[in-house]
Design a protein around this ligand. Structure first.
Ligand SMILES: [Cu+2]
Length: 150
């Protein structure tokens, strides 16, 4: 019995350790991978300045298809959205394709602290799909003029 428990712990330990590392990895580099909702694309997102902040952000976005091939010349849209308050921002993100499946999104504006979604829609040929990344953005979000408009 004791031996069995020992083995269970032995087996579980790397799983826990890896889960912990993944978490750390995400926070320290700000790089996150996710499939789009219908599984048509894989989206890897890196926050250029490591952390999303109030103001202008730059995101580096890698798009791959189901087979893991880079998707170039796609139409990419990057839309910040604050679900808790039901609003986005007036500023439009500017997307530049690098030609190798990498896209640089600049002018990704966050206008207050709190919980945000970065909605990345990908269109290539007949396929359109979306991935939604969630971020907690530091900074004040309450009691200023902007909130009064909701
Ligand atoms: Cu708001």
């Amino acid at each position: 019995m004791k031996i069995r428990i020992f083995f269970i712990i032995l087996i579980m330990f790397p799983v826990i350790a890896i889960a912990g590392m993944e978490h750390k990895h995400m926070e320290s580099t700000g790089s996150i991978s996710m499939n789009t909702d219908n599984g048509n694309f894989a989206v890897k997102l890196s926050v250029h300045d490591k952390e999303m902040k109030v103001g202008k952000n730059r995101l580096d976005i890698m798009i791959e298809d189901k087979e893991g091939h880079a998707v170039k010349d796609a139409n990419i849209e990057v839309v910040p959205w604050m679900p808790g308050m039901g609003h986005g921002v007036d500023e439009k993100a500017v997307i530049k394709g690098e030609g190798n499946g990498m896209y640089i999104a600049e002018n990704v504006v966050i206008n207050m602290g709190g919980e945000w979604e970065i909605r990345i829609s990908v269109n290539k040929g007949e396929l359109t799909d979306i991935a939604v990344f969630k971020f907690q953005v530091a900074g004040s979000g309450h009691g200023h003029e902007h909130k009064m408009n909701h």
